[in-house]
Design a protein around this ligand. Structure first.
Ligand code: ASP
Length: 351
């Protein structure tokens, strides 16, 4: 029986890091080693010899980075690399640090369309070389799942962590210490791993939308602004606003904002005057308004329900940021933004 072929793409993150223990200072530091494909292949053979029973794995090292140092340029590089190679494989496993994994998985879900192979992104909270590591189980299951295509639930960009397979553009990192590092608000897991891998019912999993792909170009002038009580809107100078292509505004949980402050209302009108799109997410992950009939429309959020403001619905902040940056990377026209924002590219959320 020939084993499935899986491409393991490595970018860095804790999974490949070395633990350095300084007993004098009582400190444990983790640093990114400069791994080559040969070194990583050797490491995997030593630590995970059982991988060879699941699949024939090829290893490519694209970079050795903490994921804090991965952004739009690397998302494009990853998408191009995967697309150049995926026809030769049954699936791809991408190893990535957890800190910005949700941004990369959102970006790849929007860039790799149609997604013809399973792309399973994983990482770990403890290095592969550590005792009590989650890297072993994450990597073994990710490879097994990547080998399970073509199957609707996995032929897409997914994230595997702590025995759960999630849709890649619906995850958020929620813990830096628990093995369950990710949650997926408003979107149930695609599979749960126990004694067997239990995939969700394929009849309820969504088809890939047919919306044509966008050019692989991101605006690097999208900012996230988190509102606070008494928000100092005057600090957002005209000079600052003139440099911004788009704003993700994090509002209070029930879709409200300090609209009693003239400075805040003036801030909104200055943004509007510049035709800069404002995408609204709430502190706790968004749902209002429209999509939920039960949402209360508070008067303190009225000014946010106006032209130029776009609710993220069930989209995560990470995906809203990536989608906004991608749309504004095409051009900066507000009308076009409005049309593209409403399009469903990769089941990224409901409005
Ligand atoms: N700082 C690390 C990273 O995101 C954390 C991790 O991998 O879990 O690359």
């Amino acid at each position: 029986m020939t084993l499935p072929k899986i491409l393991i793409l490595y970018t860095g993150g804790t999974i490949g890091m070395d633990l350095q223990i300084n007993s004098k200072k009582g400190e444990v530091t983790v640093a990114v080693p400069q791994l080559s494909a040969q070194m990583l292949t050797k490491k995997l053979r030593q630590r995970l010899p059982e991988l060879t029973r699941i699949a024939q794995c090829d290893v490519d090292v694209l970079m050795n980075r903490d994921s804090a140092h991965i952004g739009p340029d690397e998302w494009i590089l990853l998408a191009n690399h995967i697309q150049r190679k995926w026809r030769n494989y049954d699936g791809v496993v991408l190893l990535h640090g957890t800190d910005t994994l949700a941004y990369t998985s959102s970006a790849l879900s929007l860039l790799l369309r149609p997604c013809i192979k399973p792309i399973v992104i994983t990482g770990a909270q403890r290095p592969l070389s550590a005792l009590r590591t989650d890297a072993r189980m994450n990597l073994i299951s990710a490879v097994e799942i990547a080998a399970h295509g073509p199957r609707k639930q996995v032929n897409q960009v997914c994230v595997f962590f702590d025995n759960k397979l999630f849709q890649g553009n619906r995850v958020r990192k929620e813990s830096a210490s628990d093995f369950a590092a990710f949650k997926s608000p408003y979107c149930p897991p695609l599979a749960v791993v126990g004694t067997t891998i239990r995939y969700s019912d394929s009849r309820i999993s969504q088809d890939q939308p047919k919306t044509p792909p966008l050019t692989r170009r991101f605006s690097n002038k999208v900012v996230v602004i988190h509102l606070t009580p008494g928000f100092p809107a005057d600090c957002m100078s005209d000079e600052f606003l003139s440099q911004v292509d788009g704003i993700i505004l994090v509002v209070f949980l029930s879709g409200t904002a300090p609209t009693h402050l003239d400075s805040f209302l003036f801030f909104l009108s200055r943004i509007k005057g510049r035709k800069v799109p404002v995408v609204l997410v709430t502190e706790g992950g968004t749902l209002l308004p429209g999509s939920s009939g039960s949402a209360l429309h508070y008067a303190a959020g009225k000014e946010l329900r106006s032209a130029g403001c776009f609710w993220a619905g069930t989209m995560t902040l990470e995906c809203a940021f990536v989608k906004t940056s991608l749309i504004l990377g095409q051009n900066r026209d507000l009308k076009q933004f409005s049309t593209l924002w409403r399009k469903n590219f990769a089941n990224e959320g409901d409005f």
